[in-house]
Design a protein around this ligand. Structure first.
Ligand SMILES: Nc1ncnc2c1ncn2[C@@H]1O[C@H](COP(=O)(O)OP(=O)(O)O)[C@@H](O)[C@H]1O
Ligand SMILES: [Mg+2]
Length: 339
């Protein structure tokens, strides 16, 4: 037994297990929450775990366990190069600035006075974000200085909920009225507000910092490119109606013609510098129509990518046809750990 997989519903694990079964790769299923997990991995040289940012337990211990195993010489997915900045937009700002990759101008403040005096010198709109979150839930357009100051004051007082159940409910309800969402999902989102998840109950409020990005106006979509090793694939997400936010909109385009090849080239270039096992990069276009990064991540929602019609190799050649990035992860890990 050499490979260990933590199984969780809707994660990469289902695909990893299928790949191992189909290719006669032996594995064992483990539960990373067990206190003796390190011992359980004695007979394995690799662990794969697609942990989730909105699972409270994962958020307090997944990186710690993975890094510890990595230090001991085991191969892990995701490893530290792949995941230290995951769900941490502040970390991403420093990282992308440090390696000189086109990243949208981003400002972060750690005290109210400095934040407020800066805001007073600025033009608006600008984009406010919390450091964590996905699906645009913690991203908001600040339309005026006044609104900017209001957010700054809140950031250094009671702060913001990490997951505000009202926002997905409102989004889903809007989609429902246009016939783009099922009633069941609206009811579920309503239930989420009444019966909060552990993540909603236990997560501390976000405060003590203010994160603001320059607004790249005029984008009707964002482009997400995912690099796994020497291959990349992409989706285009259209913004919500009367909104600037694409991620989580559910309106996805897949055909190759949708993608500016500069995004794919930049994605490979970034991954060459970061040396990750998987990297999802969100691009918009700046006022000179150049692709610019707004956010990076290690994971993604599996189902949203099953319809990709092909991928690019690292010479930017298009390879048409179905493919299995979860299998690529195992192939790459196997090479790395010479299982
Ligand atoms: N600086 C920006 N300028 C223009 N649009 C942006 C900017 N930042 C984010 N967006 C839009 O908002 C969406 C969500 O932002 P993102 O930083 O990717 O957060 P999330 O982690 O929720 O996906 C993006 O998909 C993009 O459409
Ligand atoms: Mg995003």
């Amino acid at each position: 037994m050499k490979l260990a997989i933590h199984k969780s519903l809707g994660s990469f694990s289902e695909r990893w297990i299928n790949y191992c079964d189909e290719n006669d790769i032996s594995y064992k299923i483990v539960n990373c929450y067990d206190s003796d997990i390190v011992k359980q991995l004695d007979d394995c040289n690799a662990l794969l775990w697609h942990y989730h940012h909105a699972n409270f337990t994962d958020s307090i211990m997944a990186k710690q366990l993975l890094f510890a195993l990595e230090q001991s010489g085991k191969s892990v997915y995701p490893n530290s190069n792949t995941t230290w900045y995951f769900d941490d937009k502040i970390g991403q700002k420093y990282l992308l600035e440090a390696i000189d990759i086109p990243f949208v101008d981003t400002h972060v403040f750690y005290n109210k006075k400095e934040a407020c005096s800066w805001i007073k010198t600025q033009d608006f709109p600008k984009v406010f974000k919390l450091r964590g979150g996905a699906g645009s839930i913690n991203v908001k357009l600040l339309k005026s200085k006044r609104e900017g100051l209001r957010y700054a004051k809140k950031a250094f007082a009671k702060g913001f909920k990490k997951y505000n159940g009202w926002i997905p409910f409102r989004d889903k309800f809007k989609k429902f009225t246009k016939g783009n969402e099922s009633g069941l999902n609206v009811i579920k989102a309503f239930g989420r507000m009444l019966i909060p998840t552990e993540f909603m109950k236990y997560s501390p409020r976000e405060r003590g910092y203010l994160y603001i990005q320059e607004f790249c106006a005029g984008n009707d979509s964002d482009i997400r490119v995912i690099v796994v090793g020497k291959r990349a694939f992409a989706i285009k997400r259209l913004v919500r109606e009367n909104d600037f936010r694409a991620s989580g909109s559910g309106h996805i385009l897949y055909s190759k013609e949708e993608f500016d090849i500069r995004c794919i080239a930049m994605a490979f270039e970034l991954n060459k510098k970061l040396k990750t096992q998987s990297l999802a990069i969100d691009f918009v276009f700046d006022s000179s129509d150049n692709p610019i990064i707004i956010e990076i991540s290690y994971g993604w929602h599996v189902k949203g990518y099953d319809s990709c019609p092909g991928y690019w190799d690292n010479d930017l050649n298009w390879v048409e046809g179905k493919f299995d990035p979860y299998g690529w992860m195992i192939e790459n890990l196997t090479k790395e750990s010479s299982l």
